[in-house]
Every structure is written in structure tokens, then in C-alpha cells.
Design a protein around this ligand. Structure first.
Ligand code: MOS
Length: 759
């Protein structure tokens, strides 16, 4: 069905600046909350101050008395709409206003709507709740936290993987480690705040909200409001950072839509930074136990990975990264098990490279420990355990350029100058450490639709309901159309971020470039086919030429032998001013329901570990240098080098930016980020960007990205592996390994802070 296009001669796309770069730097790329809605009213949330229990009484009189207050929707007030559902489209099953039960600290207990933002905020602060409070469970070790196996419990959990006889192999191994690792709670904290603007025209609802899934939200919002999805439109113009936080819809969206219906005016609710910690998703804390056994030559014979993840009381959210860690190396035997721990917390959600970031951190840290135990160079250790096939199902890798990545990154980094002895490299007062780790991310693709219109003046319009979440997908879609239709990129305009456009899958799981470009390629090829047929038809400008060898070059249709016709002349012969084609792309192996599910906002993912023929991953190798002050233990990362292979790179500039951003975030994981939890109250403490640490310019020095050429036409017709989440994986383990190399201290619990390195 889907004919793969021939692999492009040049697999590294031009480093074209983003098509929306000018709009972005001049402030003309609007966030959804910038949309000028006439007569808009303002909504402000009131949130709970306890984490477990119920509301006995809500005192709203003082809030209602604030001049300008139009309405207050509070707990128990939303009986006319359905509860949210937990899954890929809905962030949580907690319907905060459906009853008076409190599931977590910071849960929405009311929405105040007023003429002005100030009035709404004042009123929200005057709301008082009487609670029947119960002692909450905050996290793993809290009394009352409930642990269950992930397998069979969660719709998003794939598998506990197993190969060979782990117990026997581990028992028999000559060299072994058995260690525990952990990663902290983290919040996405996109610069753009979360917001919903809802407006009704008759029974038509339009919602402007930053979003990674306009099609899925349209369907889910219609379900909650009990209206026809055809009457719902979600518009998400430009998104100021998402990272997964704007993937599943939260309960707020339907509440604001209900408020707009009740007050008969558009309502805008911008959530404060502080409130976003409890009303949006986050990356929950994880724990890991890794057991690894090897022979004295460094060949691994046993790999065991157990993971524990915190979630909310009602929802079995889990990332489950052992699907990837269990397939990383040639282990001989594998045994993994993932558990979910329910506590009185808001439901976690996807956060950049959700499974791999914590799980590969644990694996790669263990790999370094094992290399030390074996007295082996850590790069050599990985080389010795490079697999020919994935160890669980025995399938081939569609492509795997990991060792090439190691070679190129090691060379650029100067790994050969590393003295392996711990604490042996010094520069004045600074202890120098060097470490490395592997990055991996599944290469997935999903069904996607696109429409392309080519007009007789050579202008191209691409329409696709994907989302510009900052990755540059508009730019690569424009490049794909420009390449296939042989026009300059400035002739191409791209429309995205609107559920009225042809549906695209959720912009998550690093699938967008592959999925969108595959659909755009298909639509562009349909336009080409129409143009070619007209060109060689009787009365066409290339009449008499064969249809087979036609191509497009420089705005012309070119026949074998070099005869050519301008696009305008082909259009003239057709007596039309434009060709418009709508294409639906479904990946190889799609079910008969694939397109139906795309339109229903439930796209099937293919690739990664999902396909029968092969497993599909992008790989990278990251090398870091750390410097630790011998007196103060201040930790610095002066340089980091990452080499990545991810199939066809549509645009080397946007790809580099994604990988740099990922590695910078990796530095953040290693040294900066953690949401602190008050264990008594199950409450996030550092709920702002003053106390939630992220790196600033002074923390980030030299960041080098090497793009390793790789051709893989098995992954999808565009030959693209996603890389938006790849760079973020492995960095923290590389830093932990470098810290060990500098100091001899193995830090297994992130983040690594000065206090961990004091004697
Ligand atoms: Mo990404 S966490 O899959 O949006």
C-alpha cells in the first residue's frame, strides 16, 4: 500500500532556518492564551490544601460578593458533564468537581469566573473549605501506599520482558553487581503557562489551548460535554514548550467549557505556575534494582531490572522502561519486573522520553559500575556486548549504529586521553572526571493525514493537524513538500494546530517528523501524479512523453531526455488553477481500523518494539567531562559531546537543536531538577521557577552534537527516526559515571548535588 520513496541521495537535510523563526523572534507566533477573544471573562482556579479526605463544606459567600464575579463552579456542581477518563487522551480519571472527594494536594475545588482576572483571583482566594482530612500517603515509603504489578493493570504498560534463565545465569556469573538507583519527581515547567480559552457560538464550541493532540482532545472533550465531536474545535496555535505535559487533556478543559456555557461568554483560564504543579501531569519518582552478571572477559550473561513508579490512588499510570533496557545489549538472559505504587498524588504523565530517561539512567549507571568491576574500559564493555539481534524476541534491529556513534563521539571528545584511574585527572583545584553512556529511543510512526494544494503560480499549502511544540515540525513538513514538488521552501505555507485540519497523531513519542513527513510525502506524490498525468496527456505540454520517468525540478515537470514544462503550462492545459490532494498514511502492518482510530484520536503506534519483522530504535552515545572543586565540591559540566544516528535527518539545524536541548535537559536531570515533597502532607514544596532548579546559561558550556549518517528505509516511507526525545536519554548516567571517575563516589540517586560529594 505505502510504497517507500527511494532513499534520498542526501540523507542529511539542509539546515534551513525554521519557517516560523521570524514570527517567533518578533513575538508574532501567538500562544493560545494570546488569542484576542471579545468580551472574554476570566477564570481562576481554587485548589485543595489537603491531599486526602473530602470537602465537608465550601464557603463561597465572600467570594461571590467580590464585584465582577459572574459565577463559581465548585465541587459537586458539574453533574451535567461526564467524568474524565484516564488513558492516552485523558490525563486522569479524577473528576475534581464531580464529587467532594480529595485525591491529592492542589486538586481543583472551584473555578471562579469574573469580569476581570483580578476579581477572579481575589474571589478564588476568599474561598474557604472545611475538610474531613485523612493522613495521606506521599510516596514509596509512606504508610498506606499500595504496590501492585504493572503487568495487566495499566493500558500503557507493554510487558515484563524475559529471556533465558536469569536466576541460573546470575548465580553462575563470575562478576556481578546488585544495586539500587532512583530518580526524583520532576515537573515539566514549560515556559508557556497552561491555559484554556473556551467560546461557544450556539452549540459550536471552540477551545484555544496549548495541546499536543487536537484530534484526541476534540473527541474526549465532546464525550465529557456530551456533545457531537463535530461541534468541537481545538486550536493550538503555537506551543511554548510541552514535553508531554500538553499531551493528555486535564479536567480543567471541560470545566472551563462548562463555565463559558453557563456565563454565556468566552472564558479564559490561565493556570498559575504554582497551581500547575498539582493540576497538570509530571514525571513521578522511580526506583530501580539492577542485577548484572558477566564473565571475566566482560561478556554479560544475566540482566535483571526491577522498577517501581509512583502514581495516583485511582490511575495506574506507568512508564515501564524495561522494554528498551531489556533489549539494549546482548545479555544472554533477561528478567524484568515493573511495579506501580499508588499514593495520594495527582496522576503522573508523559515527560520527555518517559520510559527511557529514568530506566536507561539506571541501566547505564550499572553498565559503568560493571565496567569498573571488570576493570574494563566502559566503551569497550559496550562493544563486547553489542547484540546482533534483540535479546527478547530475537528480531533484528531495523538499523543500529550505536558503535559508530561511540566511535565518533569518543574521537571528538578525546576519550583516549582519559586516565582510567579514579581521581587521577586534576586541573589545579578541580577534579576532572569523564564518563559516557548510551542513548536509545524507540523509532515509532503512526497514521497521519495531510492535504496539499499546489496552485498554478507554484505556491504550495500544506495542511495537517499536527502541532508545533517547538520541535520544528512545520519546517520539516514544508521541506518535504518543497523537495517532492521541487519548489523553493518560501513558496510553501504550512497550517497546523487545529482539529479542523486533516488529523495527525498526538505529537508525542517522537513520532511527529516521521508520521507527518510520511503523510506529506504521500499527498505530494498524489499531486505529482495528477500533474504528470496531465502533462503527458493529449493536449498536455509533454504530450507523447512516457509517464514513467517524469520528475519535478525547479518548478518544472521534466521528462526523460530533458524535455520539460513549467507547472503553469501544465495547469493551463488542465484548465484549473489548483490541484488539491488529501492523503491518508497508514504505516506498514497497520490494522484495518488504523485510519478509523486516527480520526477517533486513538492512533496506533508502529515501530519501536511493536513490529513483527524488526525492532526499531534510534541510538546515540554521550560523553561528558565534569569538574568538581576539590574544596567546595561545586560540580560543573564544561563539555558534553553526543553522537546520534536517527535515519534520515530532515533538517540538520532543527535536529541539532532538539539533541542539544535534550542533552541540556539531561544535565538538568543529573544536577538540578527535583520536585521536593513534604512527606507529611503529600505536598509539592518548590512550586515555582525560583525553587525548582533548572540550568541557566552559566551552567551550560560546550554542547556538541554529531549527526551520524544512517539510512533506514524500513522504519517508514520517509526514512525518518524521531529524535526529539533521544538526546535526553543517557546524559544523567554519563554524568554520574564522570562524577565517579573524578571522585570515586558512585551516586545512584538523582540529582547529584554538592552535599552528596562532601566526605
Ligand atoms: Mo513526549 S513525553 O512523548 O510528549
Amino acid at each position: 500500500m505505502n510504497e517507500a520513496a527511494p532513499a534520498p541521495k542526501e540523507n542529511m537535510g539542509a539546515p534551513l532556518p525554521r519557517v516560523d523563526a521570524r514570527l517567533k523572534v518578533t513575538g508574532q507566533a501567538p500562544y493560545p492564551a494570546d488569542f484576542a477573544a471579545a468580551n472574554v471573562a476570566y477564570g481562576v482556579l481554587a485548589t485543595s490544601t489537603i491531599a486526602r479526605g473530602s470537602i465537608r463544606a465550601l464557603h463561597l459567600d465572600r467570594a461571590r460578593a467580590v464585584p465582577g464575579v459572574l459565577d463559581i463552579i465548585s465541587a459537586g456542581d458539574v453533574g451535567s458533564i461526564d467524568k474524565p477518563k484516564f488513558g492516552n487522551t485523558g490525563a486522569s480519571s479524577i473528576g475534581p468537581l464531580h464529587d467532594t472527594k480529595i485525591f491529592h494536594d492542589g486538586q481543583i475545588i472551584a473555578l471562579v469566573v469574573a469580569d476581570t482576572f483580578e476579581a477572579a483571583e481575589e474571589a478564588a482566594m476568599l474561598i474557604r473549605a472545611d475538610y474531613a482530612e485523612e493522613t495521606p500517603s506521599a510516596s514509596f515509603d509512606s504508610k498506606g501506599a499500595e504496590t501492585e504489578a504493572a503487568a495487566g493493570k495499566s493500558p500503557m504498560f507493554k510487558e515484563d520482558v524475559k529471556a533465558g534463565d536469569f536466576d541460573a545465569a546470575f548465580e553462575a556469573a563470575a562478576v556481578k553487581i546488585d544495586q539500587k538507583y532512583s530518580t526524583p519527581t520532576q515537573h515539566h515547567n514549560p515556559i508557556e503557562l497552561f491555559s484554556t480559552t473556551a467560546m461557544w457560538q450556539g452549540d459550536q464550541l471552540t477551545v484555544h489551548e496549548p495541546c499536543q493532540n487536537v484530534t484526541g482532545w476534540k473527541v474526549e472533550l465532546a464525550r465529557q460535554l456530551k456533545i457531537d465531536p463535530a461541534n468541537v474545535r481545538i486550536i493550538s496555535s503555537y506551543v511554548g514548550g510541552a514535553f508531554g505535559s500538553k499531551g493528555p487533556m486535564t479536567a480543567r478543559t471541560a470545566i472551563v467549557a462548562l463555565a463559558a456555557r453557563r456565563v454565556g461568554r468566552p472564558v479564559r483560564c490561565v493556570v498559575s505556575r504554582m497551581q500547575s504543579f498539582g493540576t497538570q501531569t509530571y514525571r513521578a519518582e522511580t526506583r530501580h534494582r539492577i542485577r548484572m552478571g558477566a564473565d571475566r572477559n566482560g561478556k554479560i550473561s544475566a540482566f535483571g531490572h526491577e522498577g517501581w513508579e509512583v502514581t495516583s490512588r485511582p490511575d495506574p499510570y506507568v512508564v515501564g522502561g524495561t522494554s528498551a533496557t531489556g533489549r539494549m545489549y546482548d545479555y544472554g538472559s533477561v528478567l524484568t519486573h515493573v511495579s506501580i505504587v499508588h499514593a495520594d498524588r495527582n496522576t503522573p504523565g508523559y515527560m520527555r522520553s518517559p520510559p527511557e530517561t529514568p530506566y536507561v539512567y539506571a541501566l547505564e549507571n550499572a553498565m559503568d559500575e560493571m565496567a569498573v568491576a571488570l576493570g574494563m574500559d566502559p566503551v569497550e564493555f559496550r562493544r563486547v556486548n553489542e547484540p546482533k539481534k534483540e535479546p527478547i524476541g530475537g528480531r533484528p534491529f531495523s538499523s543500529r549504529s550505536l558503535l559508530k556513534c561511540y566511535d565518533q563521539a569518543a574521537e571528538a571528545f578525546g576519550w583516549s586521553r582519559r586516565d582510567a584511574a579514579v581521581g587521577s585527572m586534576r586541573d589545579g583545584d578541580w577534579l576532572v572526571g569523564m564518563g559516557c553512556a548510551t542513548a536509545i529511543y524507540p523509532s515509532s510512526v503512526a497514521p497521519c493525514a495531510a492535504r496539499i494544494r499546489l496552485t498554478d503560480d507554484g505556491q504550495v499549502r500544506v495542511q495537517c493537524g499536527s502541532h508545533e511544540i517547538g520541535t520544528g515540525v512545520r519546517t520539516v513538513a514544508a521541506q518535504m513538500a518543497a523537495e517532492r514538488l521541487a519548489v523553493d521552501i518560501d513558496k510553501v505555507s504550512v497550517e497546523m494546530g487545529d482539529s479542523a485540519l486533516p488529523p495527525a497523531p498526538v505529537s508525542g513519542g517522537s513520532i511527529s517528523t516521521a508520521s507527518v513527513c510520511s503523510a506529506v510525502l504521500k499527498a505530494a506524490d498524489a499531486v505529482r501524479a495528477k500533474l504528470f498525468a496531465a502533462a503527458v496527456a493529449e493536449g498536455g505540454p509533454l504530450s507523447g512523453s512516457g509517464n514513467e520517468k517524469l520528475d519535478m525540478q525547479d518548478g518544472k515537470v521534466v521528462a526523460a531526455g530533458g524535455k520539460s514544462a513549467a507547472i503553469a503550462d501544465v495547469f493551463k492545459s488542465m484548465q484549473v488553477g489548483a490541484i488539491e490532494e488529501y492523503a491518508e498514511f497508514a504505516p506498514k502492518g497497520s490494522t484495518g481500523q488504523a485510519l478509523k482510530k486516527l480520526y477517533a484520536g486513538q492512533p496506533e503506534f508502529h515501530g519501536g518494539e511493536e513490529d513483527k519483522d524488526s525492532v526499531k530504535y534510534a541510538f546515540g552515545a554521550e560523553f561528558v567531562e565534569v569538574r568538581i572543586n576539590s574544596y567546595t565540591r561545586e560540580i560543573r559540566v564544561p563539555r558534553i559531546v553526543g553522537a546520534f544516528a536517527a535515519g534520515r535527518i530532515m533538517n540538520t539545524r532543527t535536529a541539532r537543536s532538539q539533541l542539544m536541548g535534550g542533552m541540556i535537559w539531561g544535565i538538568s536531570h543529573a544536577l538540578h531538577e527535583a520536585t521536593e515533597i513534604d512527606q507529611r502532607h503529600a505536598r509539592y514544596v518548590n512550586r515555582d521557577l525560583q525553587d525548582y532548579l533548572v540550568p541557566v546559561n552559566a551552567d551550560i558550556k560546550k554542547v556538541d552534537v554529531i549527526l551520524v549518517p544512517e539510512v533506514d528505509m524500513e522504519v517508514n516511507p520517509a526514512g525518518v527516526k524521531g529524535l526529539g526525545e533521544l538526546g535526553n536519554v543517557g546524559t544523567a548516567a554519563a554524568i554520574a559515571s564522570a562524577v565517579y571517575h573524578a571522585t570515586g563516589k558512585r551516586i545512584r540517586d538523582l540529582p547529584i548535588r554538592i552535599e552528596n560529594l562532601l566526605v
